[in-house]
Structure formats: C-alpha cells, structure tokens
Design a protein around this ligand. Structure first.
Ligand code: ATP
Length: 342
C-alpha cells in the first residue's frame, strides 16, 4: 500500500465524552491507510480544564497557529460557569468563518430518503453566536445578533467559489429577512449581489427558513448547497443529519484564510461516552475532508482520502454498522471493519 513519504504534522484535539474513543478509532484507520501523519496532541474543553485553568489553553492555540491544520473531537464547555464555548473561541481566534458540512445518503444506511447529497455552508463567526450578551436590568437579558458587511460578503463569496470549484450548480439561502430585516436582510442582499455580479451561471434561490425546513424534510433531494448564517446553520445541520442516518454520519470542516479545523457535527454525547459504542464515522469522514484539504499541498493525500472513503462505504454496504445505525459493532470493531476493506 502506498505511503506518504513526507510526514505532515497535524494538531490533534481528542476532546471530551466520546471524543477520545472515536479519535483513537480514526487514527487507526488513517495509520492503516498510510497517511503517515505526526499528530501533535493538545487538549481543549473539560480535558484541558482538568489540567489547567482554561478550556482553550494557550499551548493549543499556539500549536494550531503553527501547524494550521487540526483534527478535533467534540469538546464540552461547562454550562453557566463563565467559560466561553471552545468551538466559538476557536472559530473567533482563527477567524474560521466558513463551516462546510456535506450531508449525503450512505450505502447500506436506510432512511426515509435516498439520494440526499447536499452541502451546508454555515457562516461561523457572526449572528447570535457573536457572544454579545448582557443583562439590561435585573430580570431582562439580551443577546445581540451581529452581521457585518465584511462578514456576509466573505461567506457569500466563499460559498459561490466553493460551488464553482466543486461543480455544484445551485445555492439556496435560508433566511428570515422578513422579520430580521437588518441582519438577515444584509446577509440576503450580500448573497444576491455576489450571485448577480459574479456567479450568474450558478442557480440561486432564497427561502424563508421555516418554509425551507418544511421543504427539506419533504424532499431533501431538491437542494444542492445551503447557505446559512450561524445559528440557522447549526440547527439545520442536525436536521439534515437526521435525513441521512443521524449525527454519527455527518462530518464537518471549519475554514479560515489560512487555517482549517476538521470536526464532526455532533457533540460529546455524554450519554454513551466510555462505552465503546459511539460511531466514529463522522470524525473519520471529517478526516477524509482533512486529507483532501492537505492534498492541495501534497496531492498523494487525495488517493488516501479516496481509499478510506471507499472502504467505509463498502463496510456499510456489507452491513458493518454501529448501534446508532441499527448495527451491533463497537467503535473499534467498526474501525477494524474499515481497515479490512482498505
Ligand atoms: P453537546 O452539548 O456536546 O453537543 P449533546 O449530548 O447535546 O452534546 P450530541 O453530543 O451532539 O449532543 O449528541 C446528541 C445525541 O446523539 C447523543 O445523545 C447521542 O446519543 C447521539 N450521538 C451523537 N454523536 C454520536 C455518535 N458519534 N455515535 C453515536 N451516537 C451519537
């Protein structure tokens, strides 16, 4: 089996809950596929808090700053204890403004729909997740929804460029500009403008998000790329995961100008943590996205990415599935099933 000769360094954050289990499973597959990556391990979330004062330690930030690519397990942020979310902090720190989440029907995973193949592009740094909250007077709290011209234009450009590069031909923007006329209005106008001026050949439509969600659950096959602001992107990602088999099968990537962090859409799933029961596939698929990203510098990674993708598709076709997909495999047994098919 071909092996990458030059060892690339990638930051690895195993995370919390099911994070360490699924991360180990993914590393085994990547290693068996010959990815030859040197993992630079760092902590974030509860794991980091146990060894220090912060959920996102300075060493972790510096390592990502240095290596520019990270594979990250889900991280838990303690609720109501004054810690800002690890994910939100990371996205702000590295200005990871574009989240990409491919959602596709998988062979051997039966759901209500066949042939779902859509990509969610979520603005990752603005909207209600800006973290601007305050108590106006006792008993009255406020959360500010922020949209900037710079932010909405750059995500619109990113989405249309991505569509062109991937030969995707249709973008749908979900919004609520009929109510949030200023913030969602700005988002919508930016997308309209980028489409009209620069990408008139890509099909483009807009939908009010509530009606759009109804269309999604009726007939997801009608969508190609969905472009959404931050909160809508978060919610609609989980909805779309439900269309193709659940949170165990939807990967994700967060891109900035020069840094990329790859992680599954799901969280730390504390209910099944430590039981060798989680599905490592979403993180494995995220690692395939990572290899394809690394292939922009070192093309050989693309072959390894493809080999892994074919192997997990085949494993699913052969009925090798974890419990969330109706099978009975443990986390590491699924990883072995993929390795056997590499
Ligand atoms: P967080 O607050 O970290 O997002 P959460 O429990 O609210 O955690 P998720 O971790 O995303 O949300 O998980 C929701 C449910 O989906 C979990 O309770 C778990 O049962 C299931 N789940 C999520 N990820 C996986 C996975 N990889 N494999 C199997 N089941 C999963």
């Amino acid at each position: 089996m071909a092996k990458i000769k030059e060892r690339a360094k990638v930051v690895l954050i195993p995370g919390d809950g099911i994070g360490p289990e699924i991360t180990e499973a993914v590393l085994e597959v990547l290693d068996a596929a010959g990815a030859n990556i040197e993992w630079v391990r760092h902590e974030a979330g509860l794991a980091a808090l146990e060894h220090g004062a912060d959920v996102l330690p300075q060493e972790t930030i510096e390592a990502i700053e240095h290596h520019r690519v990270a594979l990250k397990g889900p991280c838990t942020t303690p609720v109501g204890e004054g810690f800002a979310s690890v994910n939100v902090q990371l996205r702000k720190q590295f200005d990871l403004y574009a989240a990409v989440r491919p959602v596709r029907s998988l062979p051997g995973v039966t759901t209500r729909f066949e042939n779902v193949d859509l990509i969610i592009i979520r603005e990752n740094t603005e909207g209600l997740y800006s973290g601007v909250e305050n108590e106006v007077v006792p008993g009255v709290v406020m959360s500010m929804k922020v949209a900037t011209e710079k932010g909405v234009l750059r995500i619109a450009h990113w989405a249309f460029r991505f569509a062109t590069q991937r030969q995707r031909n249709r973008i749908t923007v979900f919004h609520k500009a009929n109510i949030m006329k200023m913030t969602d209005g700005l988002f919508l106008r930016a997308s309209d403008q980028v489409h009209k001026r620069e990408y008139p050949n890509i099909e483009y439509e807009t939908a009010i998000i509530d009606a759009g969600c109804m269309r999604l659950v009726q007939d997801p096959g009608q969508f190609d790329i969905l472009l959404l602001e931050n909160l809508y992107g978060d919610v609609v990602s989980d909805l779309c995961a439900g269309l193709v088999g659940g949170l165990g099968v939807v990967p994700g990537a967060n891109f900035g100008e020069d840094t990329a962090v790859f992680e599954a859409v799901h969280g730390s799933a504390p209910d099944i943590a430590g039981r060798n029961a989680a599905n490592p596939l979403a993180l494995l698929m995220s690692s395939v996205m990572m290899l394809n990203h690394m292939a922009e510098q070192t093309p050989a990674y693309a072959d390894i990415a493809e080999r892994i993708r074919l192997a997990y598709d085949q494993a699913l076709l052969d009925g090798q599935k974890t419990r969330d997909l109706g099978g009975d495999l443990t986390t590491d047994a699924f990883a072995r099933a993929v390795i056997e098919r590499l």
